[in-house]
Design a protein around this ligand. Structure first.
Ligand code: A4P
Ligand code: MG
Length: 486
């Protein structure tokens, strides 16, 4: 272990225990952390009794966040934390399984690392109330990788059963998400006032943050939203989603002002194919019909014969004459699923949605073990082997319909976790669990309530498509719509 001659780094650690004497374990871990060389324990949150998230059936946890100042490097601190875990009898058996103590480095003074050994900031902290709630006591304004503060992240995180069980120092002011919700209520009201004044319609994709969904006029999937926009008489469309969605709106309704509140919100899958790559593949298969998923850039749509959505991909493939080769872009997972359903061979572009592609067969097995009464519903952007295990494979709008009409009362949902909020609002009497807590699209979460307000005030950033690309892309989109839509 080495310390270096520099000013101490501010560090937040998550502590969790659900075996043995939980409180004693946490206190002992804290004492051992405070005893590390050149390290001071500067603050600690209340302790929270929390229902377990993920993993096998297990007892409730006790969770706390500790603030340290240390000159240990991030890796030395991790080694030290693992030493403390061992000393307290922690055995790594199952992932997310019971443990006497878990020490996670949540945040290390702005340092960032994504290798397997050390991932800082902790990749799951923004999804977990058992981390955010105690962290918000100590550092509500800390800026997280999504660009949100801890307080903001806490407002939109999924609900979790947890109770604050103690305030050991007695000096910590109680901060709850309610305080921040009040701020949100004021922003929400101002957004609605401005939208009326400026004749704007606000559209939010099903994967947007809850508070953004709540302020929108319409929530839905990308094509459904664009259709709503076309049908409305709004002068301005504020599109809360990712870039290709606003582009599709600009293709279909060029006479309106289309505004994206967050220009950085791209779509990694759409960006996995470009014009040059598609031209090269078309040159190899000059007679092939090019089918592109609506989740593609305007330039790729312009080189395509027909577009499809996740709901009608198989139908679009079936519409292609049997003697024609088919190129499917950019999503290999949706392409493989639709090809199988349509009984067609297709040439797949190897793109994928990183958020859906990380869902594994093991996640479905675990979900079935933990929620035996629930049906598993997944999006076709998941891998084919995952889709084949599901009870239903549905687009986001299809999921709402399916869960409403189906007779089960619990569902495990395999798509971006924003969808759980939409489902819990639309189908309130049923219960929904995420298939993977990690299925969070960082780009979808870039749009915040504050950015929606700014977009309405400044009328920026305007999304346009050059007329030549637009005209070609429009052909591909219209052919899809003429086929009967979604
Ligand atoms: N590792 C990488 N980055 C870090 C980091 N920033 N901090 C490596 C600590 N360790 C890091 O960790 C697995 C490996 O991650 C280690 O070898 C380390 O080198 P682990 O602690 O053995 O495994 P884990 O606890 O199963 O995973 P992790 O990442 O701690 O998961 P989570 O997301 O913290 O989930 N429910 C409630 N209510 N309360 C909890 O505290 N905890 C978990 C663990 C699940 N459910 C819970 C709770
Ligand atoms: Mg851990």
């Amino acid at each position: 272990m080495s310390t270096v001659d520099r000013s101490p780094a501010l560090v937040y650690l998550g502590l969790g225990s659900n075996m043995g004497c939980r409180e004693a374990n946490i206190k002992r871990a804290r004492a051992l952390l405070a005893a590390l060389p050149d390290t001071t324990l500067t603050a600690q949150s209340s302790m929270y009794n929390t229902a377990p998230v993920c993993g096998p059936d297990q007892d409730d946890y006790l969770n706390q966040v500790a603030e340290l100042q240390t000159t240990l490097s991030p890796r030395d601190l991790l080694t030290a934390a693992q030493g403390i875990e061992n000393e307290l009898g922690r055995r790594r058996t199952v992932r997310w399984g019971p443990r006497t103590i878990d020490i996670d480095i949540l945040w290390y003074h702005g340092f960032s690392s994504t290798d397997a050994e050390l991932q800082v900031p902790h990749p799951r902290m923004e999804e977990r109330r058992f981390v955010l709630e105690p962290l918000a006591e100590l550092a509500p304004d800390l800026v997280l990788p999504s660009g949100r503060s801890v307080a903001e992240a806490l407002c939109s995180v999924q609900d979790q059963v947890m109770t604050r069980v103690s305030s050991e120092t007695g000096a910590i002011a109680l901060r709850t998400s309610k305080r921040f919700s009040m701020d949100y209520a004021a922003i929400h009201a101002e957004i609605r006032r401005l939208a009326a004044e400026k004749q704007a319609v606000i559209l939010a994709h099903n994967y947007q943050r809850p508070e953004v969904q709540d302020v929108a006029d319409v929530t839905g999937d990308s094509l459904g939203l664009t259709r709503e926009a076309a049908a409305s008489s709004a002068r301005m469309i504020v599109f809360c989603g990712v870039h290709f969605m606003a582009e599709t709106a600009a293709i279909l309704i060029p006479d309106r002002l289309v505004i994206a509140p967050e220009v950085q919100a791209g779509c990694p899958m759409a960006d996995m194919i470009d014009e040059r790559g598609l031209r090269a593949l078309k040159a190899e298969h000059p007679d092939a019909v090019v089918v592109s998923y609506i989740n593609s850039t305007a330039a790729v749509k312009a080189l395509s014969d027909i577009c499809c959505t996740s709901a009608n991909a198989a139908e679009v493939l079936r519409s292609v004459p049997a003697d024609k080769e088919i190129i499917f872009t950019p999503d290999r997972n949706l392409g493989a699923w639709a090809a199988k359903k349509a009984g067609r061979d297709v040439i797949l572009w190897p793109g994928f949605c990183p958020t859906h592609d990380l869902v594994e067969v093991a996640d479905v097995e675990r979900a079935r073990a933990v929620h035996p009464a629930a049906k598993v519903v997944v999006h076709p952007e998941c891998r084919l082997e995952v889709a084949e295990m599901a009870d239903a494979v549905e687009s986001t709008s299809g999921m709402i319909r399916y869960c409403r009409e189906d007779d089960a009362s619990e569902y495990v949902i395999g798509t971006e976790i924003g969808m759980l909020y939409r489902l819990s609002k639309d189908v309130p009497r049923k219960r929904f669990y995420p298939l993977s807590e990690m299925a969070v699209c960082p780009y979808m979460k870039l749009t915040t309530l504050e950015k929606v307000l700014r977009a309405l005030r400044t009328e920026e950033s305007v999304v346009t498509v050059d007329p030549e690309t637009r005209e070609k892309a429009l052909g591909a989109v219209q052919r899809m719509i003429e086929m009967g839509g979604r």
